[in-house]
Design a protein around this ligand. Structure first.
Ligand code: AMP
Ligand code: ZN
Length: 474
């Protein structure tokens, strides 16, 4: 039995899908104005595990992920510039070029972390009409009002507004910030459609019945999730910061129209955080601690790992070492620890030699399955993995078969763990060829010179019966 925590009920409940054997899954995707940081990617790794678990449990999963390429403002209070516009002027690109660049980079990062792609990608700018239509439905039912700045959702009109986050509406009103958009009726009201500034043409703007402008960020997810997954579906995910504002507002926009519960399971990943103080563990640019965020300098990407010669999959392993509902503290030391564990796993797999014909050991599979069925308890699942690897009583065939089965969830790439393939660039290979030619011509002085040249570039040569091998020195 699969049990999953539901942010709506605040409890771990037995998962039952709306339609037997099928799951509709919506995961809030990246805002493509910069590289994703490894905190964002922690959330996507959690969602990837969830999806793999659902598939393993026999569900046909329809996974939809959006790409936010318009409308996500710098501030959650519907003020400030569009993140896309900020990014575009920073890089001298159009907002559309910027979106293409970072969406592609995001997909590359996903691949490097073995995160499966969704069945459907949807870009906000390609669903403008759907968003306008949804806004019109809300308007028809009297949930919106117009102010100078745009069309806003009146959260007071929805009886149970904020129930996902259990918002203290009165408290929020008392503490309402002064810089609230002028004319907004309640602090929790949010933009459905923002007007373009009168004296300025935005790069991203569209005509609408209300006037030229662009959709509010929350509108896209409501519209696209409804379009692809319907008025009621199974699971909607994101990072923990989405509970209070983004998901709360998504719910309001949909349920004010449908008058029924939209999503059965709301699931949220806790943050990747930085150590409280720079404790000398060499946490890169980490200074003050707190959550990893795209703004500020506490920002590490997949490329930052690669630059430190850490296999991105080691970061995936690191992320699986904590439960998704617990904050995870990043230090280079612990990621290097994960890389070492991956090294041990790789050695073990190579020693096993990928033997065929084994069968899955129930003794080890059962605790592994129990762990992931228990609200995706990956630390326990990893413990089961190591229990398997330590079991000398098991044949290599069975051990490998069980390992492969576990890896369908873990996604560590067991099947492709082969003897270390060394990245030798073409120049070195050309030098090796030249040296071989010199040796064939018995020009040993030239052959020795070429060997020295290769060694000085950090490689060693090994002449074997099968030919010359090149290895990195040290
Ligand atoms: P964004 O691209 O900013 O819209 O964020 C993409 C996803 O990353 C969202 O689901 C966020 O909730 C999530 N997120 C943002 N910061 C972190 C963090 N430090 N740790 C984990 N997830 C995060
Ligand atoms: Zn969303």
């Amino acid at each position: 039995m699969l049990r999953l925590y539901n942010t709506m009920t605040r409890s771990v409940d037995i998962f039952v899908s709306k339609t037997e054997g099928e799951v509709g899954l919506y995961t809030c995707g990246p805002t493509v104005y910069a590289y994703a940081h490894i905190g964002n990617l922690r959330t996507y790794i959690f969602e990837d595990i969830l999806r793999r678990v659902l598939v393993e449990e026999g569900y046909r999963v329809k996974h939809v992920m959006n790409v936010t390429d318009v409308g996500h403002l710098v501030s959650d209070a519907d003020t400030g510039e569009d993140k896309m516009a900020v990014g575009a002027s920073r890089e001298g690109l159009t907002a559309f070029e910027l979106a293409d660049k970072y969406w592609e980079a995001f997909r590359h990062d996903m691949a490097r972390l073995h995160i499966l792609e969704p069945d459907i990608w949807c870009r906000a700018t390609e669903y403008i009409q759907e968003q306008i239509d949804l806004g019109l439905e809300m308007e028809k039912r009297g949930f919106t009002y117009r102010i100078e700045d745009g069309i806003y959702f009146d959260t007071k009109k929805l009886g149970d507004y904020g129930r996902l986050a259990r918002l203290d509406i009165e408290g929020l009103e008392a503490g309402a910030r002064i810089e609230m958009v002028a004319g907004k009726r309640n602090p929790t009201d949010f933009a459905v459609w923002k007007f373009s500034p009168k004296d300025e043409k935005r790069q991203m703007e569209w005509e609408s019945p209300w006037g030229t402008g662009f959709p509010g960020w929350h509108l896209e997810c409501s519209a696209m999730a409804m379009k692809h997954l319907g008025e009621q579906f199974d699971i909607h995910c994101g990072g923990i910061d989405h509970v209070a504002v983004h998901h709360t507002n998504e719910i309001a926009q949909v349920e004010c129209i449908t008058q029924k519960n939209w999503v059965r399971w709301w699931m949220h990943a806790e943050f990747l955080v930085l150590p409280k103080q720079d404790d000398g563990a060499g946490a890169g640019t980490a200074k003050a601690g707190g959550k990893m965020a795209k703004s500020g300098d506490n920002f590490l990407t997949v490329q930052s790992l690669v630059d430190r010669k850490i296999d991105p999959v080691a970061y995936r392993y690191f992320a699986l070492g904590a439960h998704y509902r617990a904050p995870l503290t990043f230090t280079w030391e612990s990621v290097e620890g994960a890389a070492n564990a991956m090294g041990r796993l790789r050695n073990r797999v190579i020693a096993l030699g990928h033997p065929a014909g084994g069968s899955v050991s129930e003794k080890h599979w059962a605790p592994f399955r129990q762990a992931y069925q228990d609200d995706l308890n990956m630390p326990r699942a990893l413990a089961a993995l190591w229990g398997l690897l330590r079991d000398d009583g098991l044949s290599p065939e069975d051990q490998y078969a069980t390992l492969l089965r576990m890896d369908r969830i873990l996604g560590l790439g067991v099947e492709s763990m082969k003897e270390e393939k060394v990245d030798v660039d073409q120049e070195i290979l050309d030098l090796v060829d030249a040296r071989n030619a010199a040796r064939r011509n018995k020009d040993f002085a030239e052959a020795d010179r070429l060997r020295d040249e290769i060694t000085s570039r950090g490689f060693l040569l090994e002449d074997t019966a099968e030919g010359t091998k090149v290895l990195p020195a040290g």
